[in-house]
Design a protein around this ligand. Sequence first.
Ligand code: PLP
Length: 471
Amino acid sequence: MDSQGHQGAGRPTDALGMEIAEMRRLAHWVVDVVVDHFESGAAGAAVAESTPQQLAAIFGGPPPRHRRDPRESMELLVKHALGNMQHGDHPRYFARVPGPSSFAGVLGDWLATGHNAIAASWAGGSGPAAVELVVIDWLRDLLGMPEGTEGVLASGGSMANLIGLAAARHSTGAGVAYTSDQTHASIIRGLRGIGFPPDHIRVLPSDELFRLDPEQVLSALEGDRLAGRRPGFVIATAGTTNCGAVDPIDRLAEICTDHGMWLHVDGAYGAPAALTDVGRTVLSGIERADSLVLDPHKWLFQPYDIGCVLVRHPGALARAFSMTPEYLADATARATEVDLRDRTVELTRPARALKLWLTFHTYGLDRIRAAISAGIALAEHAEGVIRSDPHWEVVTPAQLAMVTFARVGASVDAHASAAAALAGTGFAAVTSTRLHGQSVLRLCTINPMTTHDDIDETIRRLDEIFTQRGA
Ligand SMILES: *Cc1c(COP(=O)(O)O)cnc(C)c1O
């Protein structure tokens, strides 16, 4: 609070003149709308879309010169902007990667945004920075990485991967990166973006279980050596986006040790499963990563956006990213302090940690673990339902809350069009994708609010779509 003598005429308002009473009135409306959204659960559509023309007609035109009624404008946003999207928090949203965010996560984001919180430097935001350091250390510990491992939060998996790989190359020098045909596309884009030339990006064919094959890595790296290129980085995936496959991380870690290479593990989707006993076994070896990425806005129940990269080597992030221009000299950390801007490519950055910290405090680790386990079990239930009907075949069994399946004898485009037909009804959303060329449907079941009935009915409606089409 400012001292009384410095209260300007007309204050308190916001920077553009909104008065306190109106703020409260509008904010309470927003709170009710958001809680109504949580309350409505499965009542609305899982996904909805409008045309560019329709949406431009609603939102377009020149910016208004004068004040409009904010309540009416917010109603437009709720109905037409927030109404037309994938509802990743809907219990029958099984497509892509759902985003079943917790309400505590929302509250943490609101608090941070409401205070315009910043986590750039210690001097500029020691509070938010301290919370971020705590959250990063919790994640480090939960994923089994050693003390001294450092990290930073980012906008998501794509950025976290890019930051980790840039730090890796800065630490070890240029070299060839080995990925598989199941590696997330954002990694390849990131490698290109940070200047890996095409002959330093090796995309190897995955094995029959869609995993990066250590033998392929070994023969490729021998070939690169003979050609005068340095084998530099193995990029393993801990839970592929396509089917939940986990690369043989222990074996890949050995190869990295033997050949002086850096192991980067992309656990953007799957790493949080390590909080559960089952997941810990499936993900064995992720703690050996030199750099490890996870996406709390996927399977740690956070609203967008929050990704995280952990780097085992103290100082590696800062060596890659620190900067101290003159105009930041008075905001430069002393010995025991950390300027998070020096661990990433962002300077001004939001306090993403607050929502995750608040989520852990609000529900506790046991509840979060149980919610992750529930997602793993839901995919197993789905697999059972699919196996019980001879019209379907399981293509990849339930793993890390994902299952893929195909309609026996379906034509090439049939899965995509069935998925689109189902999405068009709003009842549920599933993904159609390809695995080694085979067209499949895929369910991602990380939302613990999903019931068995939701899954049974989704598969039943897919079955109906195929039956009506005579397939
Ligand atoms: C989602 C995902 C990413 C990209 O994360 P964003 O948060 O969407 O940027 C990277 N890798 C894997 C394995 C993913 O599932």
